[in-house]
Ligand binder design. Structure first.
Ligand code: 16G
Ligand code: ZN
Length: 498
């Protein structure tokens, strides 16, 4: 096969350091950028195979999201914008770890197992973030694509946005501070800023002109440190939000007049959006089910509020967008958010059609029609393929404007339980195995019993441990009635993990 000559020749230009072993995790491959050249080349090849197999365009995204600028990563995106299927994640790991002289065999194995017709066309979109390592690494992906005869029709930054719904005239909270984390989201906000001016005035910080990506800024910094980005002066009560480096996460926050910091994370965002949509469904008289999908990290108060006060269906899945996405697809309207600010809203085809019918129905009364039009605008503004910080921001801003709601009123929907996250270094994190959407540990033996008895010592307490999918650590989460209790519980549970 001619293509294998090419594979051998080209792959020698992107050699694998012998012995290096990496795993395709929750967010693809992610590590220090220096270790990734061969991985990129190989993922270019794999994307080409996947494209030939599915006869659709496959995306390859070069980014390490909220991780430091020195890191980079790569993930493959299936035709509908979904994450790669599990069998192909295994191929990714196999190709990544094949030693140099074994690579051609590893590629052939995928071709055989999947019965891929190599004469088919392949198209691969390559996207990258603004990291300094991204141009060279995305070139390595492109080399991998061409080594197997695929095409890279267009490459560049993947981000597309639809129009924003018009906002209320009387709304006097038009100002928003945006922390762009010195990433791609900042560049995109700059481009669209002037289109928004009437409805929304944005002050953009960390716009990429001087600071380092994700350094002391961005959604992850704000969420984990529970404080505003360094170098930003925010006035008391002012509404602010932070993206992460690749703009697929968003969190909101403000400081009150006592200087206290208030975080409105993915759980608060899901609550705001689902409450809004549920009200509109009632006004429109539409019989569509709506669910909120969360992970174990969702604050207990948010789950209680959604279930008991809002009476919406709440589901819990494993961490990682693909798990939430799949669960959300089971409902007419599925709102999914991780507490870290990663999420979006999915509308089933049937829901979109019913909404459209009502919006166009000449006989429906004004209330119904207005509700249907607002639902339709939501469908238009949200990015259903993947959580996207900018479209999430536009939706949140539109909801606040339509409801005439301040960030403080939004925050007051429920009060978060104090919580603490820790990470623990262990010799092998894979000895921890979990069940029940990562809320309970099944191994090692005795660990869950130990956690249960620690949790019993505190009021309103909950805790779980899970092996990270992106770092070599075990993560510990604890929440309880007071911050002291949450801190103590997290500490005690982390000792039980050793
Ligand atoms: C990845 C996931 C994110 C998840 C995080 C958990 C995607 C696109 N991203 O960044 O959703 O919250 O991993 O990391 O799925 P962890 O396993 O290290 O805790
Ligand atoms: Zn991200």
């Amino acid at each position: 096969m001619a293509e294998f000559q090419e594979v051998l020749k080209q792959s020698a230009l992107h050699p694998k350091p012998a012995g290096l072993c990496l795993q395709y995790g929750t967010a693809g491959f992610r590590t220090n950028a220096k270790q990734l050249d061969h991985i990129m080349f190989r993922m270019g090849m794999l994307a080409t195979l996947r494209s030939k197999k599915t006869q659709a365009t496959i995306g390859v995204m070069v980014t390490a999201s909220h991780n430091p600028e020195e890191d980079n990563g790569v993930k493959l995106v299936d035709p509908m914008g979904e994450m790669l299927t599990p069998a192909w994640e295994d191929y990714a790991t196999q190709l990544a770890n094949a030693e140099q002289d074994d690579l051609a065999r590893a590629v052939k194995e995928v071709i055989q197992k999947e019965a891929i017709d190599m004469s088919r066309e392949a198209n691969v979109f390559v996207g990258k973030d603004t990291r300094s390592s991204s141009p060279a690494l995305s070139q390595a992906v492109i080399d991998g694509v061409s080594a197997l005869g695929g095409h890279t029709p267009l490459h560049g930054l993947v981000s597309e946005h639809k129009g924003l719904c018009s906002t209320h005239q009387k709304y006097d909270q038009k100002h928003l501070c945006v922390d762009g984390a010195n990433g791609i989201g900042a560049l995109k906000v700059r481009e669209m800023e002037h289109h928004l001016q009437k409805g929304l005035q944005i002050s953009l910080f960390n716009d990429g002109s001087k600071g380092k990506l994700n350094h002391q800024c961005g959604a992850d910094f704000v969420k984990v440190q529970q404080k505003p980005p360094a170098d930003i002066e925010i006035n008391p009560g002012e509404r602010c939000c932070s993206f992460d480096g690749d703009a697929d996460r968003i969190v909101y926050y403000y400081t009150d007049s006592d200087g206290r910091f208030h975080l409105l994370d993915g759980d608060k965002i899901a609550t705001l959006i689902s409450t809004f949509l549920k009200e509109l469904l009632t006004q429109a008289g539409l019989d569509l089910n709506i669910a909120v999908v969360q992970t174990a990290y969702a604050n207990g108060s948010s789950t209680l509020y959604l279930e008991n006060t809002m009476k919406v269906i709440v589901k819990c899945t494993k961490t990682g967008v693909k798990h939430l996405h799949h669960e959300a697809q089971k409902f007419d309207i599925g709102v999914y958010f991780e507490a870290n600010g990663h999420g979006t809203v999915l509308f089933s085809q049937a829901a979109v059609e019913k909404i459209q019918q009502l919006a166009e129905d000449a006989n429906s009364d004004d209330t119904k029609k207005r509700a249907a039009l607002l639902l339709q605008s939501t469908v238009n503004v949200i990015n259903q393929t993947v959580g996207d910080a900018i479209s999430d921001m536009l939706l949140i801003e539109a909801i606040l404007a339509v409801r005439g709601m301040t960030v403080q009123q939004w925050d007051a929907m429920y009060t978060d339980l104090p919580n603490r996250q820790l990470k623990v270094k262990v010799s092998d994190r894979r000895v921890i195995d979990t069940t029940d959407a990562e809320r309970r540990a099944v191994s090692p033996a005795g660990l869950q019993d130990a956690i249960d008895s620690l949790v019993k010592k505190y009021r309103q307490a909950r805790s779980f441990v899970r092996p990270s999918g992106t770092e070599d650590v075990v993560r510990v989460y604890a929440e309880a009635e007071t911050q002291e209790s949450a801190d103590a519980l997290a500490h005690e549970v982390s000792l039980a993990v050793y």
